[in-house]
Design a protein around this ligand. Structure first.
Ligand SMILES: Cc1cc2nc3c(=O)[nH]c(=O)nc-3n(C[C@H](O)[C@H](O)[C@H](O)COP(=O)(O)O)c2cc1C
Length: 179
């Protein structure tokens, strides 16, 4: 694997807001999620759980992402993957306390990045959705404990005429320093 291949993948991945409504097959969902779950985590605690939703169940979950008229496009996603907090381990919890760091939040972010890139590698379009009603989301997903669900990732197939947009990023000179 060359950096140039990864860079091409990074440039091709973009937040899709034009899904064509086709569903995502269960085997592809499982392949993408199991690849993402290879992500690193503090003390290898893997404090996460991915819950995939597709088919009729989408109708219960999608509205949890659409408050105040946001994320209308999510109705045409082919599947949703809720990135949920899961059980951590003692070392990570202690380490986080001692260092004043929320390792779990970092770990869930890294998992999310792996998920969208794995999806891209599988030919799926994706969009990370942080605009959600967590209480409603937990209820729709049948989660009783107050676990955090920082994002839901919409997956699916982009409409054929959805162009790959040039990336809008701050200049590297502003956001990278070598000392
Ligand atoms: C934590 C997080 C939450 C986001 N939430 C939303 C969202 O609710 N709706 C949306 O349309 N895009 C959402 N995005 C997508 C960002 O707007 C997008 O990644 C950013 O503008 C860069 O564009 P790109 O992903 O196409 O490269 C979210 C991204 C992240 C990382």
């Amino acid at each position: 694997m060359q950096l140039s291949d990864l860079r091409a993948l990074f440039l091709h991945r973009q937040s899709c807001r034009a899904f064509d409504g086709r569903g995502v097959e269960d085997d592809i969902l499982k392949e993408v999620c199991s690849a993402a779950l290879l992500a690193p985590s503090a003390c290898n605690a893997q404090p996460w759980h991915l819950i995939a939703v597709r088919g009729d169940k989408m109708r219960e979950v999608v509205p949890c992402l659409q408050g105040m008229g946001m994320n209308k496009f999510a109705s045409k996603a082919g599947a949703l993957v809720a990135v949920c907090e899961g059980a951590s381990n003692l070392t990570a919890r202690l380490g986080g306390k001692l260092k004043g760091t929320d390792f779990t939040a970092n770990d869930l972010g890294i998992l999310t990045a792996h998920l969208v890139l794995a999806a891209e590698g599988a030919g799926l379009a994706s969009c990370i959705l942080g605009w959600r009603d967590e209480d409603k989301l937990r209820a729709a997903l049948g989660i009783r404990q107050k676990v955090r669900i920082p994002v839901v990732v919409a997956l699916g197939y982009a409409e054929a005429d959805d162009p790959i947009r040039p990336k809008k990023r701050k200049p590297v000179e502003e956001t990278f320093t070598i000392l």
